[in-house]
Design a protein around this ligand. Structure first.
Ligand code: GSH
Length: 469
């Protein structure tokens, strides 16, 4: 039990962890520093991390890894069914202006019969382990801006290094922390997509926020793209892309004078990322281009909560996948998901709000409704008679509560925690040929058990790794 660690040892471990983070670039921009989101090397602080890895059962770990390529395939298949996406999201569109704008771009692409020959997916499927049933249940599937593939592999290294160094006082085997190669896997996929595009002078463009405190996670990917693959990265905000971008006759996207082979979105998933019409113009311009988009508008939409809920309905997976075993494996990790049309479920959620989570169509953490608020929100929607299409209901998952030590701003905190396991998946296809489809590392996140919200970037959770048991 990490809470029983001798205070002297705790002090030493924390100190060494902080040194590791600083020397190895396991860092983020400091919230307390004004320029830390815009200027690299200014106002850096160690990433929030757990001091020791979290136990996780090996069989569920294997299960999560095994479904990663199936989810990759599913996203690709769903993205090709424009009708299904438009139809499933048609009512969300009426109540959610953001999703509506995305659908508008999608439908323009359908109209001009836009073909995406090279398809790149850098996904992360997030799971919690339900304590009572021991089931591995999917929380969500991120198809846009899946964060921390740059930093999470360093957390696994940090933990392995501490277990080596303190093997005499901590009886944990460093080899039980699974290999985590997320940064290389992501950059291999980006580089391969760049290569398929086939212009040696073109660049990879990261779409970023004007202020980004998670920039080091992104810079790890750019650095690896440069060093390992000799591929150049440029970083542009949506506003800059609107101002500096143009399409050549053949669909080539030029930004600031450079041809763009791959567009990698690390912004653009939240309404607040689109400050003005110019941001939407930029999104449309990129979508119209022949650059490889990660994600394309249809991959983006395939990752929405509404689609997750539609896919969980009986006989829907069968429309996209042929292999019965694959379908069964995916279905096994689906939690209960309902639309607000399902009146029996809504009634039950009003009676027992603690067993449900209400989710709007948003990414990035901090938007869900929990507990008594679920009841209030549902009653309000019933009274108003509109707006319920903006939400889905999901079964509340109750993971095991553990004891952890969370490091924030240089201080170790002993906390009661719960964890969420994210499995990265990379997918690359050029026309009929699937070039990459695999599990590509993991991200464990741990947070105080009393906090409903997750998300490291949103300030609720810390980065962690796993210890197989
Ligand atoms: N803009 C930031 C970045 O590029 O890292 C944050 C992006 C973000 O919030 N991504 C979500 C995520 O993976 C998915 S849309 N969050 C993980 C977390 O913050 O714990």
């Amino acid at each position: 039990d990490p809470h029983d660690i001798d205070p002297k040892l705790l002090q030493k471990l924390s100190y060494d962890a902080l040194v590791f983070c600083s020397l190895r670039g396991l860092v983020v921009g400091d919230r307390n520093s004004e320029r830390s989101g815009t200027v690299p090397g200014v106002g850096m602080v160690h990433a929030p991390v757990a001091l020791l890895p979290m136990s996780f059962p090996e069989s569920q770990w294997n299960q999560a890894c095994e479904v990663a390529p199936i989810f990759n395939e599913l996203v690709d298949r769903v993205s090709q069914d424009g009708e299904f996406l438009q139809q499933s999201l048609s009512r969300t569109k009426k109540v959610d202006p953001f999703t509506s704008r995305l659908l508008e771009i999608h439908s323009k692409m359908l109209q001009i019969n836009k073909k995406e020959e090279i398809r790149l997916g850098l996904h992360r499927s997030d799971y919690m382990l339900d304590e009572q049933t021991k089931l591995l249940l999917q929380i969500e599937l991120n198809t846009i801006s899946s964060s921390f593939s740059g930093l999470s592999c360093l957390v696994s290294e940090l933990h392995r290094s501490l277990l080596h160094q303190y093997s005499e006082c901590i009886a944990l085997d460093p080899n039980k922390i699974p290999t985590n190669n997320s940064v290389n896997q992501f950059t291999d996929a980006l580089a391969k997509a760049w290569n398929e595009y086939g212009d040696p002078r073109a660049v990879v463009m990261f779409v970023i926020l004007a202020e980004e405190r998670n920039m080091y996670d992104q810079h790890w990917l750019s650095a690896s793209l440069g060093e390992k693959h000799q591929v150049t990265t440029i970083r542009k905000t949506l506003a800059e892309i609107d101002a500096q971008g143009e399409l050549l006759e053949d669909g080539t996207l030029i930004v600031d004078g450079e041809a763009v082979a791959v567009i990698y979105f690390r912004a653009g998933y939240a309404p607040s990322d689109y400050h003005s019409e110019s941001a939407w113009k930029a999104r449309l311009l990129m979508e119209q281009s022949r650059a490889v988009k990660c994600p394309s508008i249809s991959y983006h939409l395939a990752g929405t909560k509404k689609i997750q809920q539609e896919l969980a309905k009986p006989n829907v997976l069968e429309r996209f996948l042929e292999n019965k075993d694959d379908i069964a494996k995916l279905r096994k990790c689906f939690a209960g998901l309902w639309s607000l049309d399902e009146s029996d479920t809504v009634k039950d959620a009003i009676e027992r709000p603690g067993l449900y989570v209400m989710k709007p169509q948003r990414e990035g953490g901090g938007n869900n409704i929990y507990g008594e608020d679920v009841k209030e929100a549902l009653l309000k929607l019933q009274k108003e008679g509109t707006g319920s299409d903006a939400f889905i209901l999901m079964q509340r998952i109750f993971p095991t509560v553990s004891h952890s030590i969370l490091m924030r701003e240089g201080i170790p905190h002993k906390e009661q925690t719960i964890s969420e396991l994210g499995i990265y998946g990379t997918y690359l296809r050029n026309e009929k040929e699937v070039l990459i489809n695999q599990q590509s590392g993991y991200l464990m996140r741990t947070k105080v058990s009393s906090s409903n919200e997750g998300g490291v970037a949103a300030g609720f959770a810390v980065l962690d790794s796993i210890y197989l048991v």
